[in-house]
Design a protein around this ligand. Structure first.
Ligand code: DAH
Length: 348
């Protein structure tokens, strides 16, 4: 190979290699370049000067490339960690990625919202920061009432206009007062108020397989003339039968909530085994599952929204969405939902 061919071949080789190096200055220490220098003294004197100049020129060219790169790198102080390519690579190449999927809770919330909307309910959103008025007062929890202790949640250092800390709502019932006010005009035109709020709530919980500090509830509110508890039970039964796609038995027991009177604890026959499997992992063979709280809206709650309880009555319910979904798929641990375990999430 003639000396000039040799340089041309080595140059092409070096430029190709340069592209692949993460540390660009390594090119200056490469074996090919060293070999070119070591060839110079072995050449005939008449070839030496020309060849030497060419090797120097190539070496300078590479140095200039390395220098310009390090200036560029210095200028590039921050990297885009969301870039779909490895920002350290000399040439951006798309990273392999797998198709994402909708989170099971979000998929189920769309499903239950769709059922409620077919039943005539509008879908509303809650908030992630709220005030004590909507958390307690508007729901007929008097100040200092022990029932407030059941709703221990996170607080901010900022306070509301009364000087009380703002809170991360511990239930979606915080939206009752707003919904009643927002849709009060429905009543004036002879229509019902019918809304559900599937959204996120927070509690100061000791986390275990059945308790999370952050979870989802769906709140329901229905107000019209002559509403009675039979309508509440039928609405919930119909919703649950649609959701679990099977017939269910339901049972109500008296309970206490400050914002409903009477209040009930609502149970359903196990949607997983239908109450027929003594070894069922969802109902532990009991056949019944206590699912949610509900009742007839307390007159004070209607009054707080400017609705006359002598004319209009209503029902409300609040149901844990995580629980609903866990029973549908026999999920044994609520912590899976927020675990980012892809093996779990990809099943849905
Ligand atoms: N907010 C209650 C809770 O989280 C659940 C509840 C019970 C909601 C009765 C209601 C209701 O609307 O009427 O414990």
């Amino acid at each position: 190979m003639s000396p000039s061919d040799r340089i041309a071949t080595a140059r092409a080789e070096l430029l190709k290699r340069y592209e692949t190096l993460s540390n660009k200055s390594d090119i200056l220490k490469s074996r090919e370049l060293k070999e070119l220098f070591s060839v110079i003294p072995t050449l005939e004197p008449h070839e030496r000067a020309g060849f030497g100049q060419s090797v120097n020129a190539l070496s300078n060219e590479l140095k200039a490339m390395v220098d310009s790169e390090s200036v560029a790198v210095k200028e590039l102080r921050s990297i885009d960690v969301t870039a779909p390519f490895d920002s350290n690579a000399p040439k951006p190449e798309l990273l392999p990625s797998e198709q994402g999927s909708i989170h099971p809770l979000m998929a189920e919330i769309s499903r239950l919202s769709e059922i409620f909307s077919r039943m005539g309910f509008v879908i509303e959103q809650s908030r992630e920061i709220d005030d004590q008025y909507h958390m307690f007062e508007a729901l007929n929890f008097p100040k200092g009432h022990p029932a407030r202790d059941d709703y221990d949640t996170f607080m901010t250092v900022e306070t509301d206009s009364d000087g009380s800390p703002l809170i991360a709502p511990a239930h979606t019932s915080t939206m009752q007062n707003r919904i009643l006010k927002k849709y009060k005009s429905n009543l004036e035109s002879g229509d019902a108020i019918a809304a559900v709020v599937p959204d996120r709530v927070f509690r100061n919980e000791d986390v275990d397989a059945r308790h999370e500090h952050t979870f989802y509830q769906v709140e329901g509110v229905y107000v019209a003339e002559n509403v009675h508890a039979g309508m509440l039970i039928a609405t919930l039964q119909k919703f649950l039968e649609e959701y679990y796609e099977r017939t269910l038995n339901v049972r109500v027991n008296p309970f206490y909530f400050p914002f409903t009177e009477p209040s009930f604890e609502f149970a359903l026959s196990c949607p997983f085994c239908g109450g027929e499997d003594p070894a069922c992992k969802v109902c532990s063979g009991e056949g019944w599952i206590e699912l949610l709280g509900c009742g007839m809206i307390h007159p004070n709650v209607l009054k707080a929204a400017g609705i006359d309880p002598n004319v209009h009555t209503g029902f409300a319910f609040g149901c844990g969405v995580d629980r609903l979904v866990m029973m549908k798929y026999a999920i044994e641990d609520v912590r899976h939902f927020h675990s980012a375990k892809l093996d779990f999430l990809k099943q849905f």
